[in-house]
Design a binder for this molecule. Structure first.
Ligand SMILES: C[S@@+](CC[C@H](N)C(=O)[O-])C[C@H]1O[C@@H](n2cnc3c(N)ncnc32)[C@H](O)[C@@H]1O
Length: 212
């Protein structure tokens, strides 16, 4: 899977819906008060970039060397001591994590104060099928209820939850993961009631949690 992400690195650095959005602005707002931050599954590095521009000291982490993170590691094994960072953030990535409970426990362990998580909101098994067909590295999206359970099990208290709409230009969204024409046609069929014009519309859940 890491090889796939190395090949996609440039596309994820440049994709408009990854590079920008109100969700990113909100993450920077929610980071206020912290000095140090870890960006887990940094991908194109957009959270790390925005937090650095805002004056935070940031370490980025990702298992794919092509993403050029500061530290190459999966979310499930973060090579940092307990409470190493005031804040830990992970954006639009947990649906790729092999072991979500372990990843959340690791992020909670290395955070001193706060964790901010953003990910695609679970809709249905039909949408999951489309997501996996488009991208074999898609493991699972989760509902708000599931996210609350993961975070609470890791000893975190949820402070705020928001939802953001993301609009993905379909052709570019399918091209980014090198989806074949045949699979692309099936993905369009499965997502039919979530496609508006030439855009696929999904929702991201953004959660701010504090260590107890
Ligand atoms: C969609 S990109 C991340 C987007 C990025 N955080 C942003 O804000 O634009 C998903 C990233 O998750 C990484 N990834 C996949 N499996 C992972 C895991 N188990 N632990 C941490 N990162 C993982 C991939 O290498 C990839 O860079």
């Amino acid at each position: 899977m890491t090889d796939l992400w190395n090949e996609r690195a440039e596309a994820y650095r440049n994709a408009p819906e990854q590079r920008e959005g109100e969700d990113l602005d909100r993450i920077v707002e929610w980071a206020a008060g912290a000095k140090t931050a870890l960006d887990v599954a940094t991908g194109g590095g957009h959270v790390a970039r925005r937090l650095r521009e805002a004056g935070f000291e940031v370490v980025s982490a990702d298992p794919a060397p092509g993403m050029k993170a500061d530290v190459i590691c999966p979310a499930e094994h973060l090579p940092f001591a307990d409470s190493s960072f005031d804040l830990v953030v992970t954006r639009i990535a947990p649906h790729h994590f092999e072991d979500i409970a372990l990843a959340v426990a690791e992020m909670a362990r290395v955070a001193r104060e706060r964790l901010i998580v953003e990910d695609t909101l679970y809709v249905s098994e039909v949408v999951e099928e489309a997501e996996r067909l488009r991208d074999p590295t898609h493991v699972s999206s989760y509902s708000e209820h599931e996210w609350r359970s993961f975070l609470e099990a890791a000893g975190l208290q949820i402070e705020a939850v928001e939802t953001y709409e993301k609009r993905h230009p379909l052709a570019e969204w399918l091209a980014r993961t090198d989806t074949s024409e045949q699979d692309g046609a099936r993905v369009r069929e499965l997502l039919a009631d979530r496609i508006e014009g030439d855009e696929y519309v999904d929702h991201k859940l953004l959660i701010r949690a504090r260590k107890r």
